[in-house]
Design a protein around this ligand. Structure first.
Ligand code: HEC
Length: 135
C-alpha cells in the first residue's frame, strides 16, 4: 500500500514539475500568488499589500539574478525559501516554507512522501522566480 502510494506521489509530482517547467512554471506561479504575493507583490517587486506591517523591507525578487552577476542563484534561493537550513536574508518575518509545505503534505503521503512533495513545491516556486528576473 505505502509503496503504491509512494509511486503515485512520484508520478503526480514528476508530472507537476515537468509540466511546470514546460509551461513556464504555471504551478510555481500558482504557489507564488497564493503564498508569496501578499508580501513580495504580484510582480515579485517587493510591493505586496502586507509590506506596511513590517519594519524590515520586503525584498524585490526580480533582481536576484542582477545581484548575482546576472546568474539566477537557483540553489541559494531554494535554500532561502525552504528556510530549514538556516540560510536566510535576515531570518525574521519570512515563514519557513519547508516546514509549512511538509506539514501540509504529511496527511497525504506520510513523513517520507511529504518531504518529496515539499521539495517539489519549492522547486516549482523557484523555477517560477527564475522566469521573473530582470535582465
Ligand atoms: C509574511 C511576509 C512574507 C511572505 C508571505 C513571504 N516572504 Fe519572502 N521575505 C519576506 C521578508 C521580510 C524577507 C527579508 C527578510 C528575511 O529573509 O526573512 C524575505 C526574503 C525572501 C527571499 C530572500 C531575498 C533576498 O534578496 O535575499 C526570498 C528568495 C523570498 N523571500 C522568497 C519568498 C517566496 C518564494 C515566498 C512564498 C513561498 C515568500 N518569500 C513569502 C517576507 C515574506
Amino acid at each position: 500500500m505505502m509503496k503504491r502510494l509512494f509511486a503515485l506521489v512520484v508520478i503526480i509530482l514528476g508530472g507537476t514539475v515537468t509540466a511546470a517547467m514546460a509551461q513556464g512554471s504555471v504551478t510555481g506561479q500558482y504557489e507564488y500568488m497564493n503564498h508569496c504575493a501578499a508580501c513580495h507583490g504580484e510582480g515579485a517587486d517587493g510591493k505586496g499589500p502586507l509590506v506596511t506591517f513590517f519594519k524590515e523591507p520586503v525584498p524585490d525578487l526580480t533582481v536576484l539574478a542582477l545581484n548575482n552577476d546576472g546568474v539566477f542563484p537557483f540553489l541559494e534561493t531554494m535554500l532561502i525559501v525552504d528556510g530549514r537550513s538556516g540560510l536566510r536574508g535576515h531570518g525574521g518575518t519570512m515563514p519557513v516554507w519547508g516546514d509549512t509545505f511538509e506539514a501540509e503534505a504529511v496527511e497525504q503521503a506520510g513523513v517520507y512522501g511529504a518531504e518529496t512533495i515539499a521539495r517539489g513545491r519549492l522547486l516549482s516556486l523557484v523555477e517560477y522566480l527564475a522566469t521573473v528576473q530582470q535582465d
